[in-house]
Design a binder for this molecule. Structure first.
Ligand code: SAH
Length: 345
């Protein structure tokens, strides 16, 4: 990377992130399974089966609410170890006709994680991106997928926007700023920012949201997008995690997980012709779907350490001081339908 930047000049943060995460030989996701206690981070489906169970029931009820069409696509973007989809399928087994109507489609670029997904879920079809998902009703889930997509960062100044670029100084990677220029795609941020503010832009987001929202609006379905972030991001949210510790994002390219906060306003901005639900904290969503009752049921069968871990997991998913508030959920759904249970128009 240092040699390449030395030859052809500084690269955008998006190009840097893309190489760090998905380079076929050295990329973080391309080469490992990063999840769990021994990995670098953990995610809601890895914390408790309750997360996937409730997501599954919300999707299946949404399918019933739209008249139980068949055949349908049940898709997941960035399925990790496949745990979420396995929990969704187990929890919806008894919904009459649902399994007969669906085929499972995974959008995943990492060969290592595709293997883990194949072990968790039988009979899935894999895609490199959303463009090849079938033209039919689409029920979709994406948990901690958008936060892994590469972003560009821009700092506003009196003469326009300066982009943060990854360059080289003293044989090490370093961040610098490009010359100021007007940037058309940031025109909508002129009203809510001032000189000195930093904004982030995810180049891949609009295409992914448009393609899936278009299928949902045309054929029926719904999309549940869960991630950490907020409505319109402001400031630098890029972070690198290695072995559950924060590290400098430039320090170990390809060895640390890089993520950013998701800008849900950008998702909403590309949802048409589908509608989008109110942005809802994960804790509120899970409580509405009955996670406390489900947790109590499961607790009856557990004792000792397993029971303590289960109670901790429930708290971790829902409590405002843990994942309950930081993580949010938004749904995409057809203009003729209601949002999936747990969410409001
Ligand atoms: N949803 C899982 C994993 C989240 S990690 C969970 O909740 O546990 C991010 C996932 O997205 C990984 O599976 C990673 O390989 C995948 N991913 C990242 N960027 C991607 C891209 N551009 N296209 C497809 N998959 C991607």
């Amino acid at each position: 990377m240092i040699a390449r930047i030395g030859r052809s000049g500084p690269i955008t943060l998006a190009d840097y992130m893309a190489d760090c995460l998905m380079h076929p030989d050295h990329g973080y996701y391309a080469t490992r399974d990063p999840f769990g206690a021994t990995g670098d981070f953990t995610t809601a489906p890895e914390i408790s089966q309750m997360f996937g169970e409730l997501i599954g029931l919300s999707l299946a009820q949404s399918w019933l609410d739209q008249g139980a069409p068949t055949p349908i696509t049940l898709a997941e973007l960035g399925p990790g170890r496949g745990t979420l989809m396995a929990d969704i399928l187990r929890a919806t087994k008894s919904v009459p006709g649902f399994h007969a109507a669906l085929t499972v489609h995974f959008v995943e670029t990492s060969p290592v994680l595709r293997k883990a997904q194949a072990a968790a879920v039988a009979d899935a079809t894999w895609h490199n991106d959303v463009t090849t998902l079938p033209d039919q009703p689409l029920w979709l889930v994406a948990n901690e997928f958008f936060d892994a997509l590469p972003i560009r960062q821009f700092v506003r100044d009196a003469d326009g926007w300066r982009e943060r670029m990854v360059g080289v100084a003293d044989d090490a990677l370093t961040l610098g700023l490009s010359a100021a220029a007007p940037i058309d795609l940031l025109d909508h941020r002129l009203a809510d920012t001032k000189a000195g503010d930093l904004v982030e832009h995810c180049p891949a987001l609009s295409g992914i949201v448009q393609q899936t929202a278009d299928k949902i609006a045309r054929f029926g379905g719904a999309g549940l997008i869960i991630d950490y972030g907020d409505w319109q991001s402001l400031g630098d949210t890029l972070q690198a995690l290695s072995a559950h510790e924060m590290v400098d994002p430039l320090e170990q390219p390809g060895q640390a997980d890089l993520t950013t906060h998701v800008d849900f306003a950008a998702i909403a901005a590309h949802a048409a012709p589908a509608k989008y639900s109110r942005l809802t904290p994960q804790g509120v969503f899970l409580e509405r779907l009955g996670i406390t009752q489900r947790a109590q049921r499961l607790a009856q069968k557990l004792q000792g350490d397993a029971r303590d871990a289960h109670i901790k997991a429930h708290r971790r998913l829902t409590h405002p001081s843990e994942m309950g508030d930081l993580f949010k959920i938004i749904a995409l759904y057809p203009a003729t339908a209601t949002p999936p249970p747990g969410l409001e128009p």
